[in-house]
Design a protein around this ligand. Structure first.
Ligand SMILES: *Cc1c(COP(=O)(O)O)cnc(C)c1O
Length: 396
């Protein structure tokens, strides 16, 4: 009987998760769960998903033995190359799955919010190829900052809806997208961007990311002749991490490290290290670890990597953290930048700033456990980050 890799009972991973939503929405989320349970075992669906994996996303993504970095850091580092996927990150894995589910349910449109635009672009891509209209809500502050991603979404045929309320960033965009969804939940599908939100989304998104760990487990055994000693992945909401971890949870000898953004310091507002510094509370329809102020409101967060800049975390991660199956580690903005340059210059791979957090922790872990075999998830490529790094952290 699996102990950690559970199907949540009643929507809970231990005491985390659940459905903290208005009563009027409960039937909608129950319908999503029923439809998903039906769909996931249909042979036609499994074939369609496999076709998208192979011919569209470009799966399996390779596992690459990073020999030069291994030598430099002092451990044997294998990298799961989610950066090589179509659109450059792991998010396409669950976006394709969610849009297939929306179509199966006969929905007329998918919608989502986006901050930096990564989820918006992945969703707009999946919606384009599957012929589904797509609205992406985005604060006007972010629209100005993330012009290339806004253009990308528009090229892909999505409608970018500017949000001018509140702080005009991610939180306002979430509120606006939720309001639009509440007005017509019959015909709309809210495509959540990570393993967060009310049940069943943390389980659905996790299932669509499992492929990462399933492939990596076989690949590392073929190449190294054994299983890894440890797994490393960065955690924002936690989708790329749980995708890798899922295939190894029952192998208790394998250490699992979730790497959180330590930002500029340890004070509230200077980081987004939810498991390390947070406490349980309710956010976005789930009970989970949360960075909160005295009133229980989500606190302001900071990370150099916008994809990690989230005050909550997926409920399964909260459960794995409490049960001590997974350890959380913190990497600062400065360590992230060092690792960004390391991977670029030692291996010729420019990582996303999110993924560079995982690279940075490999350095620390290699010092702790020299010569050990580390399997790290490289969640995305860094093309989107080079202008920023060049402007603020140039190096000769
Ligand atoms: C969005 C994003 C993340 C963070 O999301 P998770 O759900 O925690 O995986 C990490 N890496 C990249 C490249 C991203 O785009």
């Amino acid at each position: 009987m699996p102990q950690y890799d559970i199907i949540p009972t009643g929507g809970f991973f231990g005491s985390y998760g659940g459905q903290f939503i208005p009563d009027a929405l409960t039937p909608m989320f129950d319908a999503i769960e029923t439809a998903y349970e039906q769909l996931k075992n249909l042979p036609a669906f499994r074939q369609e998903l496999a076709r998208f994996h192979r011919d569209y996303i470009g799966r399996p993504s390779p596992v690459y033995h990073a020999r030069a970095l291994s030598k430099q850091y002092g451990a044997d580092i294998y990298i799961k190359r989610e950066d090589l996927n179509h659109t450059g990150a792991h998010k396409i894995n669950h976006c394709i799955g969610e849009v297939l589910l929306a179509k199966h349910m006969g929905k007329k449109k998918v919608l989502a919010e986006t901050g930096a635009g990564q989820h918006g672009v992945a969703l707009a891509t999946a919606a384009a190829v599957l012929g589904m209209p797509c609205d992406v809500y985005m604060g006007t502050v972010d629209i100005e900052k993330q012009a290339p991603n806004v253009l990308r979404m528009q090229m892909l045929g999505a409608r970018v809806v500017p949000v001018t309320s509140g702080g005009r960033t991610l939180k306002a965009a979430v509120d606006a997208a939720l309001e639009a969804y509440m007005n017509d939940p019959e015909h709309l599908f809210f495509a959540i961007g990570s393993v967060v939100g009310p049940h069943p989304f943390p389980a659905i998104v996790r299932d669509f990311q499992r492929i990462v760990g399933e492939e990596a487990r076989k690949q590392v055994q073929e190449q190294a002749g054994r299983l890894p000693d440890s797994l490393v992945a960065c955690v924002g909401g936690g989708s790329n991490a749980i995708g890798l971890f899922s295939a190894f949870l029952e192998d208790e000898a394998i250490a699992i490290y979730a790497v959180e953004p330590g930002g500029k310091g340890t004070k509230l507002g200077e980081h987004a290290a939810t498991l390390r510094y947070g406490s349980p509370g309710t956010i976005h329809g789930m009970y989970t670890y949360l960075l909160q102020d005295e009133k229980g409101e989500p606190a302001p967060v900071h990370s150099i990597a916008s994809g990690l800049d989230y005050p909550g975390v997926g409920p399964q991660h909260s459960f794995l953290h409490d049960s001590k199956r997974m350890r959380c580690e913190v990497v600062t903005d400065a360590e992230c930048i060092d690792a960004f340059y390391d991977l670029s210059r030692i291996e010729g791979i420019i990582p996303a700033l999110e993924s560079a957090h995982a690279v940075a922790f490999c350095k620390t872990l290699a010092k702790r456990e020299p010569g050990s075999l580390i399997l790290m998830n490289l969640s995305g490529r860094g093309d989107k980050d080079i202008d920023f790094v060049h402007a603020h952290y140039p190096r000769p």
